[in-house]
Design a binder for this molecule. Structure first.
Ligand code: NDP
Length: 403
């Protein structure tokens, strides 16, 4: 056990780490970095790099985008670009989004009726209290806009504060607001157990749709894509994987834009279970001669706040996408998610997901086993033709090339 690690100097931290682990001090010294991130997180050691690539062909609301995506998974960017291209040929995606965030005050009481009555009667006073806790948001045209009270059980209540956080995700703003409301309620002898933002941002939904002529895909493929989406509506095992494919695209852009992907993940999955059963976030239906794709999910992403301001790469990525506001960013992200989903479903119901992945998988495996840049081209060709793409064959191929 390491106690007081955060109080040690950097050199002492490295020495302590070396002592507690099997890693040499020299290796740790080489790994350790000095950077701005030292101020950002606790017990900073180094930066952890992930690859960033560009998805192309995306058209949303008539505008063409190049989309930076941060992901370690091969074939995600290729699939997003391919899905986007199928939709681009058919006119592109349509998307719209709204943004109200929600904070909760959770209250338990044996007698909830007077509390419900008080909160309803004092709604405008409580909204004023919330806004006074972060007046700059109201000055921007945002701020606390509404409040409701829900009875969760016979003795438990949730007061939900709805806040327009403008260009920010608003977690900290909302937390300050609900804590101020909590203080006010306490003066009325109302015991508030917790006051905190909810990540089920179901008032910050982004909807994206697209239509592709059935004959562009082939009637059979279009019908099978629709069938695949039906399975995700009726079976949570299938829905989890269906949504993982969507989040492959969404997370990659959320990360590239410096946003909090845990917030987006938790909101998306909570929303996917809103009907009491976990379901696919998107649906695909054959309507007449069109395959119609639709998806709606919470996407409270931001263009300011959090670490976005100090993340120069995120700033550049927002510029690359020519993003003017948070709503537009949410719409682009939702479209990438649906493009990703389309490409994955098309592959699964036709040639199977593995064939497209094979070259990329082979490449990753060869890199892992030490293939150099110069060896990769030949090595990949040999490995995809091998009986199996596995570590043993990868090692053998590298050996053969070096003979
Ligand atoms: P910040 O605390 O950074 O607040 C947003 C900042 O942006 C404010 O300081 C605001 O200034 C400024 N700002 C400048 N221009 C605008 C504009 N046009 N619209 C809105 N704000 C503007 O971030 P958030 O409150 O957004 O919180 C996000 C962070 O909170 C993320 O890092 C997230 O990871 C983290 N977080 C997430 C939680 C969760 O998801 N459950 C919980 C807790 C934290 P001003 O002060 O003048 O209004």
């Amino acid at each position: 056990m390491i106690e007081g690690y955060h109080k040690l100097t950097r050199q002492q931290q490295l020495e302590q780490l070396a002592q507690e682990t099997d890693v040499d001090l020299s290796e740790l010294t080489e790994l350790a970095m000095d950077s701005i991130h030292q101020q950002q997180i606790e017990n900073y050691l180094t930066d952890f790099n992930l690859p960033e690539g560009i998805a192309v062909n995306l058209v949303v609301n008539g505008q063409a985008y190049v989309v930076p995506m941060v992901t370690e998974e091969p074939s995600v960017i290729a699939a997003a670009s391919y899905g986007a291209k199928m939709v681009q040929r058919a006119g592109g995606f349509s998307a719209n989004s709204r943004r109200i965030m929600l904070g909760q005050l959770l209250i338990s009481s044996a007698q909830p009726a007077p509390i419900i009555d008080y909160v309803k009667k004092q709604k405008s006073h409580l909204l004023k209290v919330a806004n006074a806790a972060h007046p700059s948001m109201q000055a921007r045209g945002g701020g606390a806009k509404n409040l409701r009270i829900r009875q969760l059980t016979a003795t438990k209540l949730s007061v939900d504060l709805m806040v327009d956080t403008r260009e920010a995700m608003g977690a900290n703003t909302i937390n300050s607001m609900v804590e101020a409301v909590k203080k006010d309620l306490v003066t009325q002898q109302i015991d508030v157990d917790m006051a905190i933002l909810s990540n089920l941002a179901d008032q910050a939904l982004t909807e994206v749709t697209c239509q592709i002529p059935v004959n562009q895909l082939g009637v059979e493929v279009a019908k099978k894509i629709s069938l695949a989406s039906d399975y995700a509506q009726i079976d949570p095992y299938r829905a989890a994987t269906h949504n993982k494919g969507i989040m492959n695209g969404i997370d990659a852009v959320v990360m590239a834009s410096g946003n909090d992907w845990r917030a987006i993940e938790s909101g998306a999955h909570a929303y996917a279970a809103q009907n009491g059963q976990y379901q696919g976030l998107s649906t695909w239906d054959v309507v007449g001669d069109q395959l119609v794709g639709r998806m709606e999910l919470p996407l409270p992403v931001a263009t300011v706040g959090g670490s976005i301001g100090i993340n120069t790469q995120a700033q550049l990525n927002l510029k690359l996408m020519q993003i003017k506001n948070a709503k537009q960013l949410a719409e682009v992200i939702a479209a990438i998610g649906l493009a990703q989903n389309l490409a994955a479903l098309r592959a699964i119901v036709s040639e199977g997901i593995q064939s497209g992945h094979m070259r990329l998988q082979a490449k990753s495996l060869l890199i892992e086993h030490g293939a150099t840049q110069a060896e990769l081209g030949d090595a990949v060709n040999r490995l995809v033709q091998a009986e199996r793409i596995d570590a043993k064959n990868a090692q053998q191929i590298i050996k053969q090339l070096r003979k």
